[in-house]
Design a protein around this ligand. Sequence first.
Ligand code: RM4
Ligand code: MN
Ligand code: MN
Length: 400
Amino acid sequence: MSAAYHLLAERLNARGMDIDAVAKALRAQVVETPSWAYGNSGTRFAVFAQPGVPRDPFEKLEDAAEVHRHTEIAPSVALHIPWDRVDDFAALREHAEELGVRLGAINPNLFQEPEYKLGSLCHPREAMRRQAVAHVGECIEIATETGSDVISLWLADGTNYAGQDSFAVRRARLLESLSEIVKALPESIELFIEYKPYEPTFYATDIADWGSAFLLCQELGPRAKVLVDLGHHPHGVNVEQIVSLLAGQNRLGGFHFNDRKYGDDDVIAGAVDPFQLFLIFHELVACSAFDRGVRFTIDQSHNVEPKIEAMIQTVENLQDAYAKALIIDRSELERAQAEGDVLAGHRALVDAFRTDVRPLTAKVRRELGASEDPVAAFRASGYARRTAEARIGGKAASWT
Ligand code: RM4
Ligand code: MN
Ligand code: MN
């Protein structure tokens, strides 16, 4: 065990903290990675293809398994349909199992068909709404075959100009479409509803914020929950407070982790604002979200950085944020809050945030059979070179 770990353990033990319990919680952390992050992606200006990018969902799973191999806390992979449509989902599931991973949330794609120009579930024409509902129905069937327990829905619907359509009528169409979807869900599958304030539409988005998503969930019943994507808020919004509120109402389905400086940038979680990430994990620990099945998915697109390395770094950042949240001196925090000791409460958080938990997370990874330094181990493994050499020919996976 490293000297740095002993120092950290000593410090935490002196505060009466059970470091073994912290390590146990960290070993149980589970993060889902998105299949679409392993394919080529870009901006509306350009897609920069990378060498060795998977050519089909089977190869995407191989890259996801590599992330899991080095971290041992990323055992499941979210799929996006039709990007990940295959003829035989049982075979895909088997391939995942052979690689030591499993298939996670199924994400319907209601934004790329030319028919969806004016929307999908809210489209003015009934035939288009039917087509969109049918696509989600196909995703439910896929979820049944893949053993997935979540349909994770992000809706691109909205309008570009005032007067283009009626808010109220679009809302009524949305509720009708979603009610049909919920009715089609088997017992074992939940529906997550993701919100986003703008993009691809610019005037109004049909599910723009957590309140809109929450309201829909209330109308749709207990199987519908809200998904919080960290890049989907206007600037200055207190995301950790939204997390606390939704968790308190038992409507926090899960996350799409990423980070951003300006818009929906989808860069590595914790790369821009690690303090916000830490505060979100603090709220989750405070309301025992980890015992309540909240799902932790990454939703990122790595356009210029190497994709697998970026994903491994992300998983590490999420582990780091969780570790820091777990070592908060909660009795001191409660004391300070009860006594109105403003800055002592703040200091309790900042003290944990400033603590270097890397010796602890490295130990946890060692115990799990993962790599102590996952990015370095991945770099040294030669995997990137091998796949770049092997994956020649065919068409690289891409969202375009
Ligand atoms: C959206 C949203 C969805 C994701 C797509 C690719 O902005 O975040 O969750 O599936 O991008
Ligand atoms: Mn998302
Ligand atoms: Mn997004």
